[in-house]
Design a protein around this ligand. Structure first.
Ligand code: CP
Length: 320
């Protein structure tokens, strides 16, 4: 690691080879990653935001689903750390000629890859990849299962507002049933001692919602009055069998579950987050997304630092 990064005093032995989901990470693991990320966040503000930490590593970004933030953020994190990076997109690959996931990853692995960042529409694909290749696997979103680096960057950003998340009230509003972000956030936030309430239409609330460890509300005013932070979620039409039947219209959804400027006036204290992409006028008013109460773009900036930290730790780094 570079000499000019001061040592930090949060001591923990990080032993993971992969990041498949936050369900596998302890509270101490999560806090350790978030503490490491502070140092990488500081690097991003330097005139030359680069460290040579991964200069001997080769990483493939294996994206079978569309992405803007996660993919660019990982690629930027890898390049900021000097890794050799190759990008795979399903649409321009031999998957279109019938090649299986297993054959694809084994062929890529034969090119001497150290780490794989994988996004796929099917839950469990990152776990499957660990059985196919020897490389470290990072889950960049698997169906509606988990999106662990999104939750880590969300918690990092929340800790910039509240340094300690214990007993903080976090509302997650929107399409709960089809969201991997909500699952990873509930797991992570609960481990850090926060109270989580999910809110959305009954048709978008999973049957197992009470097993997730979150409270449930169907009233947006109730949760906005209660929460310290409100995170809105996009309606995941791509993961719905027939999304049009889950709510009568976008207009009605916005009326019942969208965050509006009136909510900001009525409840003056809560902070607004969103994992992106935002559908303006659906999950929130456009002015809400751009308001001073919104920290959505900070989430994106912090995502690079958090991903640098996890790449560093999974590549064998102990602590910065
Ligand atoms: N938050 C998130 O996963 O965004 P992308 O789909 O653009 O990567």
């Amino acid at each position: 690691m570079t000499e000019d990064i001061e040592l930090q005093d949060y001591d923990h032995e990080f032993t993971h080879k992969h990041l498949l989901g936050l369900a596998d990470y302890s509270k101490e693991d999560i806090l350790f990653v978030l503490e490491q990320a502070k140092y990488f966040r500081e690097i991003l503000d330097r005139p030359v935001p680069k460290v040579p930490t991964l200069r001997d590593k080769t990483i493939v970004n294996l994206f079978y689903e569309d992405s803007t933030r996660t993919r660019l953020s990982f690629e930027l994190a890898q390049k900021r750390m000097g890794a050799d990076v190759v990008n795979f997109s399903k649409g321009s690959s031999s998957v279109k000629k019938g090649e299986s996931l297993k054959d694809t990853i084994r062929n890529i692995s034969s090119m001497k890859i150290d780490m794989v960042v994988a996004r796929h529409k099917s839950p469990g694909v990152p776990h499957f990849l660990t059985r196919c290749v020897d490389a470290a696997i990072i889950n960049a979103g698997d169906g509606a299962h988990e999106h662990p680096t999104q939750a880590l960057l969300d918690m990092f950003t929340m800790r910039q507002v509240y340094s300690d998340l214990r007993d903080k009230n976090i509302a997650i509003i929107g399409d709960i049933a089809h969201s991997r972000v909500v699952r990873s956030n509930i797991i992570g936030l609960s481990k850090l001692g926060a109270n989580v309430t999910v809110c959305g239409p009954k048709t978008m609330m999973p049957a197992y919602v009470h097993e997730l460890g979150a409270n449930v509300s169907y009233n947006i005013d109730e949760v906005l009055d209660w929460c310290d932070i409100a995170m809105a979620l996009r309606i995941q039409l791509e993961r719905q069998e027939d999304g049009t039947e889950l709510f009568p219209s976008i207009r009605e959804y916005h009326q019942l579950f969208g965050i509006t400027m009136k909510h900001l006036e009525r409840y003056p204290d809560f902070t607004i987050m969103h994992p992106g992409p935002v559908n303006r006028g659906v999950e929130m008013d456009s002015e809400v997304a751009d308001s001073e109460r919104s920290i959505i773009l900070s989430q994106v900036t912090n995502g690079v630092a958090v991903r640098m930290a996890i790449l560093y730790l999974l590549s064998g780094g102990s602590r910065v």
